[in-house]
Design a protein around this ligand. Structure first.
Ligand SMILES: *Cc1c(COP(=O)(O)O)cnc(C)c1O
Length: 386
């Protein structure tokens, strides 16, 4: 049994039984979309759990980012400063709203942009940016206060792509925070997303944009938008997912704890992503030294333990974004290959954790020689290994 492949991610959404009571409400109300009672209740409960006064539900996380950028980006400007190290959805969203990503580097420990990093790059940009898209690293909390001060200092709006961080939010400020409700995120409903904010007027406009720009009671398009709503059926799954959320968060916390205790007890030269366990994620990463990458992934492969670089080696490595300008990606190039997504789900047993952690290098043993060139080779490759 222990030789079965270990899957890296096994999503778990509410069961039919958990969703059923909400489906009966749809049958009775005969309202199926257009901000119906279930969607309204789901938005309210989501606002309560994230400390967010305004909640706009969207068809997915990518459209949430697009709508927030359309409302926030400064008119007449073309660039959107963003890290290359993120899921490609972030870069697609930026391009879809007519902006050009200006890919910048990340902090090597937190794996995200900092206001200081962006302020150091601003003078080097060919023109001032329309916005900054700040990413949460795999669900980690975001520095809303630090970025609010950045906005005041620089007059450049900030939008957060906190796609995986919905359970790490306890108070949402002025700048829009976009989350994903995709099946592979902690609060998964299949497909869905939301824009959270404390700015009620912004929220009204964002919500209007999800429904053809209708504002008020008349069927008048007050602003350009589209159809990015969720149906009442999706909202039913959302309500059931919120019911089941505490149990899921507890399970994911236990997974992080299982890794942390073993990594420490067996003295591994590898670390869990900073802070994980205090917050939870479906894409749990163990970060190794560049020299240890090759040996580690070979061991995982040999043991049939699935692993994944959830964000690949950075957006700039994808052909779709190869023509976007970059402004120094030394840290991204060095760190991205070392971020190894490991199995994270409720099907893992004690012996699975033991076996996975044993694939990581022991601090007691010297590094394998020449392994460092493996990371350099990876950086040289035209098309990244994802
Ligand atoms: C999942 C994710 C998205 C996209 O969300 P969808 O709901 O799949 O559109 C965007 N950015 C990041 C960082 C993500 O992890």
């Amino acid at each position: 049994m222990s030789n079965l492949p270990v899957k890296v991610l096994v999503p778990s959404l509410p069961t039919i039984a958990q969703i059923e009571p909400y489906l009966h409400r749809i049958d009775s109300a005969r309202i199926y979309s257009n901000f119906g009672p279930l969607a309204t209740e789901f938005a309210q409960r989501l606002g309560g759990s994230t400390g967010s006064e305004s909640v706009t539900l969207t068809s997915n996380g990518t459209s949430a980012i697009e709508i927030a950028l359309r409302l926030k980006a400064l008119p007449g400007r073309k660039l959107c400063v963003m890290p290359s190290f993120t899921f490609v959805a972030s870069a697609h969203a930026v391009c879809n709203v007519g902006l050009t990503p200006a890919f910048v580097d990340i902090d090597p420990v937190s794996l995200v942009l900092t206001p200081e990093l962006v302020e150091a790059v601003l003078p080097r940009l060919p023109e001032q940016p329309a916005a900054v898209l700040v990413i949460s690293a795999f669900g980690a909390p975001i520095d809303q206060e630090g970025w609010a001060r950045f906005e005041v200092r620089n007059g450049i709006p900030v939008v957060f792509d906190a796609a995986a961080a919905v359970t790490a939010l306890h108070h949402v400020g002025h700048a829009p925070v976009c989350v994903s409700l995709h099946a592979t995120k902690v609060l998964g409903i299949g497909e869905g997303g939301a824009i959270l904010s404390s700015d009620a007027e912004f929220g009204q406009r964002a919500t209007a944009m999800t429904g053809f720009g209708f504002m008020g009671v008349e069927r008048t398009s007050a602003l350009r938008g589209g159809n990015f709503r969720i149906s009442e059926y999706a909202a039913a799954v959302g309500l059931a997912a919120l019911d089941a959320l505490p149990t899921k968060v507890e399970m994911l916390r236990n997974v992080a704890f299982a890794y942390r205790t073993r990594l420490e007890a067996t003295g591994r030269r590898a670390r869990l992503q900073e802070g994980v366990g205090d917050w939870v994620t479906m894409s749990l990463n163990i970060i190794v030294e560049p020299d240890d990458v090759k040996a580690t992934i070979e061991k995982l492969d040999a043991q049939e333990i699935q692993w994944r670089r959830w964000w690949g080696l950075g957006c700039h490595r994808h052909p779709a974004f190869a023509d976007c300008p970059t402004f120094g990606l030394a840290v991204t190039n060095k760190v991205a290959p070392t971020v190894i997504g490991v199995p994270c789900h409720d099907g893992l047993k004690d012996e699975d954790f033991d076996r996975i952690v044993a694939c990581f290098p022991s601090a007691a043993h010297a590094r394998t020689t020449q392994a460092g060139s493996f990371v350099e080779d990876l950086i040289e490759q035209e098309v990244p290994t994802l």
